[in-house]
Structures are given as structure tokens and as C-alpha cells.
Design a protein around this ligand. Structure first.
Ligand SMILES: Cc1cc2nc3c(=O)[nH]c(=O)nc-3n(C[C@H](O)[C@H](O)[C@H](O)COP(=O)(O)O)c2cc1C
Length: 206
């Protein structure tokens, strides 16, 4: 086994591919697909999206200082791809993808009703990195689909069929391998927390 030296590039995968909704005064709300996105701070809650300045959405986000990150699922895969290859300059992507607008609380652009989580964001800084400009933004509201809330109000996001993007291909998530901290949990506690039958043991210790 040998390592081949690749030219430096973007090889951090898997990533979420989110639908970002945005608008500006006097324009119809638009959607674009963004994979260069991430959580960047817990407190205050902050996210980033990196967008090429030539995108139609770029000036909408820059001028309004607002956007919504809509998480995506298997059922939204077609829309994720379509909104990433067609421009709001030419088509109404909401209509084409049969997506429903829901008013947001703290921003003027609408949220995607079909998305399990909508994250309202206010831009705090724009970093002109190069091909992409990174919008750093503070999260000002989060909405979750109550379909995934149980009777104790626990949110089961992983039941929504989340979508991942890896090296040019869209995927659903596979089997659960463990929950946060499972590698150091006592076996008894692990079993009590829902059983560990399918959880991934360290193959090097078997
Ligand atoms: C899976 C996927 C991920 C993408 N990620 C980004 C991204 O992170 N940043 C970006 O500027 N464009 C990204 N794009 C491209 C834009 O979504 C695309 O150019 C879109 O048509 C722009 O729409 P607009 O012209 O309506 O703004 C991505 C496209 C796809 C299909």
C-alpha cells in the first residue's frame, strides 16, 4: 500500500449539501445548493457558507445580510442537485422543485417547508478568500419538523433520511456505528442506552 501525492485541492468529504434560501428587496426568493458549509462556533451559534461571487445568490446574501440553511434529505436529493445546476437568474427553483415557502422569524427570506431543519442566519463577516467568499453568520433561529419529535420532545433528526455529498455523489447515511462517547462507555451503560449490538468495535482489538 502506497500513498499517491495528489495536487492540493478540496478533498474533505463527506459534507452536507444544504439548500440555502436567500432574497433581497424587490427580488423573488431564491435557492442555491451549498456544500462548502460548516458549523464554526457553538456559543454564539455560528455557521459559514462559501459562495462564488458570480452566483446570482451571492449579491442577494451580501445585500440582505441574511440567509436560511435548510438541511436536506433523500427526498430532497433531486432539488439539491437541480438548485445546484440552475440559476435563479433564469428559473424559479422553488416552483420547478415544488418546494414550499414558510416565513421565517428573524430573516425576510423564506424557509423550505420540506426540510427537517431550517437555520436562520445573519451575516456577521464576509471573508474574500479567493474563488469563494465565506459568509460567517450568527444563527438567530432554528426550526425543526415536529414529525421527528417524540412524546418527550426529543428530536430524532437521524430518522429524517439526511443526505450527504461525497466526491461528486449524493448518499443517504448508512448504519449507526455508535453514539457520541460510546468508545469509552462501560458495556453495561451502553446496553442500557439502547444496546450496542450493531455498534462498531475497534477492529484492531478483536
Ligand atoms: C452538490 C453541490 C454543491 C455546491 N456547493 C456550492 C458551494 O458550496 N458554493 C457555491 O458557490 N456553489 C456551490 N454549488 C453551485 C451552485 O449551487 C450553483 O452554481 C447554483 O446554480 C447557483 O445558483 P444561483 O445562480 O441561483 O445563485 C454547488 C452545487 C452542487 C450541485
Amino acid at each position: 500500500m502506497a500513498k499517491i501525492n495528489f495536487k492540493p485541492g478540496n478533498m474533505l468529504y463527506p459534507l452536507p449539501a444544504v439548500l440555502v434560501s436567500c432574497c433581497d428587496t424587490g427580488t423573488s426568493p431564491n435557492l442555491l445548493t451549498v456544500a462548502w458549509t460548516g458549523t464554526v462556533c457553538t456559543n454564539p451559534p455560528m455557521v459559514s457558507i462559501s459562495v462564488r461571487p458570480e452566483r446570482y445568490s451571492y449579491s442577494l446574501i451580501k445585500n440582505s445580510g441574511e440567509f436560511v440553511v435548510n438541511l436536506t434529505t433523500k427526498d430532497l436529493a433531486f432539488a439539491v442537485d437541480y438548485c445546484g445546476v440552475r440559476s435563479g437568474r433564469d428559473v424559479n427553483k422553488w416552483e420547478k422543485c415544488h418546494l414550499t415557502m414558510v416565513p421565517a422569524d428573524t430573516v425576510s427570506c423564506p424557509m423550505v417547508a420540506e426540510s427537517p431543519v431550517n437555520i436562520e442566519c445573519h451575516v456577521t463577516e464576509i471573508k474574500e478568500l479567493g474563488s469563494h467568499h465565506m459568509f460567517l453568520a450568527e444563527v438567530t433561529a432554528v426550526h425543526v419538523d415536529d414529525t421527528y419529535l417524540d412524546e418527550k420532545n426529543s428530536f430524532h433528526l437521524n430518522d429524517s433520511g439526511l443526505l450527504a455529498y461525497s466526491h461528486g455523489t449524493y448518499f443517504t447515511l448508512g448504519d449507526a456505528l455508535g453514539t457520541f462517547g460510546y468508545s469509552v462507555q462501560k458495556e453495561k451503560k451502553r446496553k442500557k442506552a439502547g444496546g450496542d449490538k450493531n455498534y462498531h468495535k475497534n477492529p484492531r482489538h478483536n
